[in-house]
Design a protein around this ligand. Sequence first.
Ligand code: SAM
Length: 225
Amino acid sequence: MQSPVRLYLVPTPIGNLQDITLRALEVLREVDTILAEDTRTSSKLLKHYQINNSLESFHAFNEHKKLTSLIDRLSKGETMALISDAGTPSISDPGFLLVRACHENQIPVECLPGPTALIPALVNSALPSDRFVFEGFLPAKKGRKTRLQAIKEENKTVILYESPHRLLKTLTQLSEELGGDRQASISRELTKIHQETVNGSLTELIEYYNNNTVKGELVIVIAGK
Ligand code: SAM
């Protein structure tokens, strides 16, 4: 590659394997090393596209430990692509620490544009998409109440990531804090066979998910104040 970039952040599909750009595939083929959150998960994608590049693990539990040696290798000219299990690295996934360390060490970084769950969920929600706030996952315990109170006062559309087993609890707490009339949307299993978007008030969504099993990955989008 002619580019001075040493580290690429490469978005990968959030379900449908076709959702990967031609440039993402080219970068994954040409870098010296692919850093993957879960090498077994990423092997399936790479096998599908017949990419046989060397894979190395880089996840939330080893990212601090590996930082110095990765920066050393990148400084010496090695090229790397960071991928996560799904979507854009560094968005509720490892990446930020490595990008920051690269910038501190004058190592050129480029994030390719590509799949991420928050944008299709926002657009599907039919809620205003001109200004929005991405809140990622709410804390499970400490700081949760403060974040819920901040969401209550937020004027912009708010996007949350959530796990299916916590959905009803979170919707109920949102409804208690923001009022049951607040409009919201749940996009589930985006790009997959059972994808579904349900829009309605928080009260309607709670009722819907009390009567329907919640499976798979999902995004909550909430109307601003
Ligand atoms: N880096 C990813 C991105 O760019 O969207 C996010 C990774 S985060 C660990 C995983 C969360 O993303 C899931 O719990 C869910 O909230 C959301 N997510 C990922 N894939 C999804 C999909 N196909 N449909 C709905 N939500 C999804």
